[in-house]
Unconditional design. Structure first.
Length: 325
């Protein structure tokens, strides 16, 4: 049977890449998005017979009730994304990231046609590490922002939910994403740093010592696909980090990689003692249980974005449409 996937947030940074990937594997797709950042990232797909685009808001419960009856699986990406966007729009963040997300989940749980439900969560859920130790799926969650608090709240709801036996919900905690996508974002550390180094020959780095895990958007998309294809016994009611244990970087290490590409970059460090989001993550669970391996490293992503900028493939990399803030 052909599987038909509902991808919410289909026009976003991850969504616009995921939709193309799944179409290339012969899935049928319904893409749902309110188009906060326009439809440039998916308009090319409107003529694809296996792709149906629905402009709409996940807070429109009538629309959700209708659409969940038409699909076999759901990948839920739509959200108010990132700490700055959630702080700026706390009410909308609460409605979208909690109320509407829970409604969508319950609707899927009750619709007998739906098997997998994949939720986009974040490594920001960890907050701050103690003693430089690697964190993993068993670590305590200490979210510091509204964004992460709402992700944690829904993750808990999903993991504890009692469901019919043939409904398989999974939460994926993505590392901070980088790399090219039809809707590139330049408000994410790696993409932002290489853009500034290329266009201004100058980088200002706040808190150069702080650690974070990073993952290429193409590998995030492969991980979502892997969950859709996995044995339900391994993924149902489970949480997995998505990334690679070797791809934890301090910000100054990213700057060092950039200097290899653009040696004349003037790097200015502004030291900070405390960052509530200083963490290294161990991604052994997805590697050992599902055999997941990344294919693209952080230095690969820097070179990729450098080449895109060098070829002037993005008209105005400082345009507002490439940021969620
Ligand atoms: N980018 C990262 O580094 C990262 C890291 C961890 C987790 N995530 C998670 O991955 C998911 C996708 O992130 P992204 O980087 O692609 O973000 P994005 O902002 O590029 O995409 C989100 C999409 O959701 C849509 N949307 C927002 N509110 C909506 C609503 N009410 N109804 C319908 N559509 C709505 C937006 O129009 C946008 O196209 C998010 O859930 C995010 O929290 C992202």
């Amino acid at each position: 049977m052909t599987r038909k996937i509902l991808v919410t947030g289909a026009a976003g940074y991850v969504g616009s890449k995921l939709v193309r990937h799944l179409l290339s594997y012969n899935y049928h797709i319904i893409g749902l998005d309110s188009l906060k950042y326009g439809d440039e990232s998916i308009s090319q797909l409107y003529n694809n017979p296996y792709f149906v685009f629905q402009k709409g808001d996940i807070r429109d419960f009538k629309l959700i009730d209708r659409i969940v009856n038409e699909v076999t699986d759901v990948v839920h990406l739509a959200a108010i994304v990132g700490d700055p966007a959630c702080s700026k729009m706390p009410e909308e963040a609460f409605e979208v990231n909690w109320i509407a997300t829970r409604y969508l989940f319950d609707a899927c749980k009750n619709a007998r046609n739906i098997s997998h439900f994949v939720f986009a969560s974040t490594c920001s859920n960890y907050g701050k590490m103690d003693n430089e130790e690697f964190l993993n799926e068993n670590s305590e969650l200490r979210p510091v922002s509204l964004y992460a608090k709402l992700k944690v709240k829904f993750e808990k709801y999903l993991l504890k939910s009692e469901t019919r036996k043939d409904f398989y919900p999974t939460a994926l905690r993505f590392a901070t994403i980088f790399g090219a996508s039809p809707r590139i974002r330049f408000d994410l550390t790696v993409n932002e740093f290489i853009r500034d180094a290329f266009l201004k020959r100058r980088l200002t780095i706040y808190g150069e010592e702080f650690w974070r895990p990073y993952c290429h958007v193409a590998d995030i998309v492969r991980a979502i696909h892997l969950i859709l294809e996995s044995n339900p016994n391994k993924v149902s009611h489970e949480v997995f980090g998505v990334g690679d244990s070797n791809q934890n970087y301090q910000k100054k290490m990213i700057a060092e990689e950039i200097l290899k590409i653009i040696p004349e970059t003037n790097v200015n460090y502004i030291h900070k003692e405390e960052d509530p989001r200083n963490y290294k993550v161990d991604f052994s669970k997805i590697k050992n249980l599902l055999d997941f391996q990344i294919t693209k490293t952080l230095p690969y992503g820097l070179n990729e974005i450098y080449n895109i900028l060098d070829k002037k493939q993005i008209e105005d990399p400082y345009s507002k449409k490439y940021t969620n803030i």
